[in-house]
Design a protein around this ligand. Structure first.
Ligand SMILES: [Ca+2]
Length: 340
């Protein structure tokens, strides 16, 4: 018996199981300014594809775009992929209130019978809980140091979470990693997610207590989303909310930067070598709300580097994942509507 156990132990040491085998899905919260660019929608579609593969569990989506059509749009995308029960939280008194056709048109489009083309339960963001309240509730229910947050919009919600009573301690206890699409680590130029709410960004950079990985402007700029994929890979159904949003936002048959999908890819698959990582350091705001990276062995921040020979792999993977069909067994997309 002892010999058998010894052999089994030796086999385990010599041939360990692959890390991903039986691994727990990444517990993810997505914080997004969905509606200000279509790349948030592409990132959300990617998450659903990776949840189909049990690599991630989307715990909640919180929104930093203060527009009433944003939450219904997230709801309809989640419903399209068969997950209408994912909690959605909205910002109050937030930034970028302006309407966006990529949200409003799919939200409101109805078929000849008067039914929504893309079913959803939320009619208006005011029906959703406030984001910090939802973040607090969701984080409190998770095991310690288990949650990854992908922030692909402004820092409004996460800065408010840090300022809430017990908020920073809750983050320190529950969150293991924050991945952000934010900043520019190639040129001293202001980046949208930072300069739209610089006070929140500054507070977050000073106070966030866990490791942070930034996907800067320069990464998504070279990892563009191929228009050819929108044309061909989403054609498995007559009406696709992601393809429709792309057409409404980009309006031209052209490739579009894939900023947010790069941050989400790093959040869910951090150990696959898709990108290189900078050394550790601190990120602070410089003149005109630029991001300044200062190397520091004890620093909590790193940023992604996408070398020319890494671009093609990441680009193809993002397109493949974002266009992956829903799992039919759990989806609202009926088989007869699919084009096979
Ligand atoms: Ca975004």
């Amino acid at each position: 018996m002892f010999r058998l156990i010894s052999i089994a132990f030796l086999l385990f040491v010599c041939f360990p199981l692959p890390r991903a085998f039986g691994a727990e899905p990444v517990r993810l919260i997505l914080d997004t300014d969905i509606g200000n660019d279509v790349d948030d929608a592409l990132a959300l579609a990617m998450i659903h594809a990776l949840q189909n593969r049990a690599e991630v569990r989307l715990l909640a989506v919180t929104i930093t775009k203060d527009n009433r059509f944003a939450a219904p749009f997230v709801d309809l995308v989640d419903t399209f992929y068969g997950r209408s029960d994912i909690p959605i939280g909205v910002v109050h008194k937030g930034k970028t209130r302006q309407d966006s056709p990529m949200l409003e048109v799919p939200d409101q489009r109805r078929d000849s019978s008067g039914h929504y083309v893309y079913p959803h339960r939320l009619e208006d963001g005011s029906q959703a809980p406030e984001a910090v309240e939802l973040l607090t509730r969701i984080l409190s229910d998770q095991p310690d140091h288990s949650v990854t947050i992908a922030q692909i919009g402004f820092s409004t919600n996460l800065a408010r979470l840090l300022k809430a009573p017990g908020g920073r301690d809750l983050v320190l206890r529950k969150v293991r990693l924050l991945c952000l699409m934010a900043g520019n680590f190639e040129k001293p130029e202001p980046e949208y997610n930072i300069y739209t709410d610089p006070d929140s960004a500054k507070f977050l950079l000073q106070q966030w207590p866990t490791p942070m990985i930034f996907s800067g402007f320069e990464v998504g700029l070279v990892v563009t989303f191929p228009y050819q994929s929108i044309e061909k890979d989403f054609a498995y159904t007559d009406n696709h909310p992601i393809a429709e949003a792309y057409h409404l936002y980009v309006q031209k048959p052209e490739d579009h930067p894939a900023w947010d999908p790069t941050a989400v890819l790093e959040a869910i698959r951090p150990d696959r070598g898709y990108f290189d990582l900078s050394g550790p350091g601190d990120v602070s705001l410089g003149p005109k709300n630029t991001t300044v990276f200062t190397p520091n062995p004890q620093g909590k921040c790193r940023y992604l580097i996408c070398k020319p020979d890494q671009v093609g792999r990441v680009r193809e993977l993002i397109a493949t994942l974002a266009s992956e069909p829903p799992m039919l067994s759990s989806s609202s997309v009926n088989a007869h509507r699919m084009i096979f």
